[in-house]
Design a protein around this ligand. Structure first.
Ligand code: ADP
Length: 218
């Protein structure tokens, strides 16, 4: 059965999610209290609705309880974001992703049952900062407050050597969980796997360890 998605709040973030889901062939219900915003999404979303998401009866009428995943992308109005999340969880939606404005907002969202909390500006800032440190750092994903995953180009510092030669686990406390080589992906590579210059390594570890790994090998 096809999954049903709804995006609440059609600012830059919610709008972008809506466009991408549509591009991937998903049916999306797009909701915003601002008529102009909703009009922008009439041709993109399967349903575009003008409504206040803090009004429980409206969300019920729209049948939101049947949706698999709802994204709450309300920006500055933290109270509206919290209220909307409470209502959506009360309606029994299994997966609710909410954009947080700051750490306090995140804490409350987690307490009231938000399934995923995202900080797009903060996370993108981190990714860009790591990419500025080295062009070989392709991506940086935070797993928790002190653990991350980085995607790095092998470059000439690592190419020609095996994982055991580089001693990444013992020396830096990080694990290479996969190597992307052209179109292939080697999951859980052997310690003897020799790294090629154009390989991309997916490395997981504590931030302080990843930081040492980046400084010395990337
Ligand atoms: P971004 O930073 O992603 O651009 P914005 O703060 O600009 O986010 O956009 C948030 C959107 O959420 C706005 O379009 C606003 O109209 C909408 N919004 C805010 N409160 C509600 C609400 N209670 N119900 C529906 N939409 C809302």
């Amino acid at each position: 059965m096809k999954k049903e998605y709804a995006v609440v709040g059609l600012g830059r973030f919610g709008g972008s999610i809506c466009r991408e889901l549509n591009k991937e062939g998903m049916e999306v219900l797009a909701l915003d209290m601002d008529e102009d915003k909703v009009n922008e999404y009439r041709d993109i979303a399967a349903h575009a609705v003008i409504a206040d998401s803090t009004d429980e009866s409206v969300l019920k009428e729209l049948g939101l309880s049947n949706f698999d995943h709802v994204i709450v992308a309300i920006g500055d109005n933290i109270l509206a974001s919290i209220l909307t999340t409470v209502i959506l969880k009360e309606l029994g939606i299994k997966s609710v992703t909410v954009k947080a404005q700051n750490d306090y907002h995140e804490k409350i969202l987690r307490k009231i049952g938000a399934d995923h909390v995202v900080h797009p500006e903060r996370d993108m800032g981190k990714r860009i900062a790591h990419n500025i440190i080295s062009n070989n750092i392709l991506d940086y994903i935070e797993l928790s407050d002190d653990h991350s995953v980085v995607e790095v180009k092998a470059g000439d510092k690592m190419s020609g050597q095996s994982l055991v030669d580089l001693d990444i686990r013992a020396e830096y406390g990080c694990n290479v969980v996969a190597i992307k080589r052209d179109k292939d992906i080697i999951v859980s590579p052997m310690a003897t796997e020799e790294i090629k210059e154009r390989d991309v390594l997916i490395v997981i570890g504590a931030d302080k360890d990843i930081s040492r790994f980046e400084k010395n090998l990337v």
